[in-house]
Design a protein around this ligand. Structure first.
Ligand code: NAP
Length: 285
């Protein structure tokens, strides 16, 4: 029950009506017995600065940031954690006594979803499809956890090259996913990840183009799209005998890490997984 002492958290975005975060976080806060409410905070772009001052003035203990503000929020924050600065995007803000500190929990959220399935990242060879915002967090997570070589393939080879160049590491390279060098890399990669929205509801019959005949038979295939739970990409990978990892793990883990930053308590991941699975099962048409 909300009362005069209830602390506040929220998700800042435009729009936020579709967000699963309020349901996940309120279930977790309830399970932990923490007197705190998590609210959807729909803010139009022209009101962003006023909204951030308002959240500070209202004493919010923190908030999540979603589309389209993960990059735009940065100039309004007082400090940015190193990983978030390298990724260039913030999805979690902690209000530390009036000092707003930005974090990115998508990177470790993705890594934790691999660890949950006992996937070894250290020394791995990785192929990533897509060169957008989520791919940046995934690449940073893999890089900082010791991946040996990461190759980004995108439909636009120029974007893949610029994207990989911005990390300034010989362990990260980019090319067009139609290039023969990318196909050759698929034969070597231990982990293959879809980081595009291809396959996301309602376009559930789309998937990134991949020559499955050449793909390393032992490769673990992951999707960060979480609606639907089993994407076409993962279904085809499974038919080719690959171990698969679905995208809702990253969603839950990034939320769990954010909750831990705000509360200092270990997040109740099982409860969070259950609520997501229930919501996704009921939302897919
Ligand atoms: P984004 O910044 O818009 O990037 C999308 C990437 O996919 C870009 O490289 C884009 O290429 C490519 N792409 C988009 N449509 C394409 C198409 N029809 N054919 C080929 N390539 C296409 O998006 P994002 O924020 O990275 O999100 C990507 C997906 O990840 C979304 O489905 C999102 O829901 C999901 N996601 C999941 C989690 C999680 O917790 N599981 C977290 C974050 C995001 P161009 O630049 O050429 O357009």
């Amino acid at each position: 029950m909300i009362n005069g002492k209830t602390k506040l958290i929220g998700v800042l975005g435009w729009p936020v009506g579709h967000s699963l975060s309020p349901a996940i976080h309120n279930a977790a806060l309830n399970e932990l017995g923490i007197d705190c409410a998590y609210l959807p905070l729909q803010v139009s772009p022209e009101c962003l600065a006023a909204a951030i001052s308002g959240l500070k003035a209202l004493g919010f203990i923190g908030f999540n940031v979603t589309i389209p503000y993960k990059v735009r929020i940065i100039p309004y924050l007082d400090e940015i954690e190193r990983g978030a600065a390298l990724i260039g995007a913030v999805n979690t803000v902690v209000n530390d006594d009036g000092c707003l500190v930005g974090y990115n929990t998508d990177a470790d959220g993705f890594i934790n979803s691999l660890k949950y399935h006992n996937v070894e990242v250290d020394s791995s060879k990785v192929a990533i499809l897509g060169a957008g915002g989520a791919a940046r967090a995934v690449v940073y997570g893999l890089f900082s956890h010791g991946a040996k070589q990461i190759v980004i393939g995108a439909r636009d080879n120029g974007k893949a090259i610029d994207f990989s160049g911005s990390f300034n590491s010989i362990r990260i390279s980019g090319m067009g996913w139609q290039d023969s060098a990318f196909t050759e890399w698929l034969a070597e990669a231990d982990i293959i990840i879809n980081a595009t929205p291809l396959g996301m509801y309602p376009n559930i019959n789309s998937m990134p183009p991949l020559n499955w005949q050449v793909v390393n038979k032992q490769a673990i295939v992951c999707d960060i799209v979480y609606n639907p739970y089993n994407t076409k990409f993962l279904n085809v990978a499974r038919q080719h005998g690959h171990k698969i990892i679905t995208g809702e793990g990253m969603l839950v883990e990034q939320a769990a890490l954010a909750l831990e930053l705000w509360t200092g308590k270990v997040a109740p991941r099982q409860t969070m997984y259950k609520i997501i699975q229930k919501l996704l099962n009921s939302s897919i048409k």
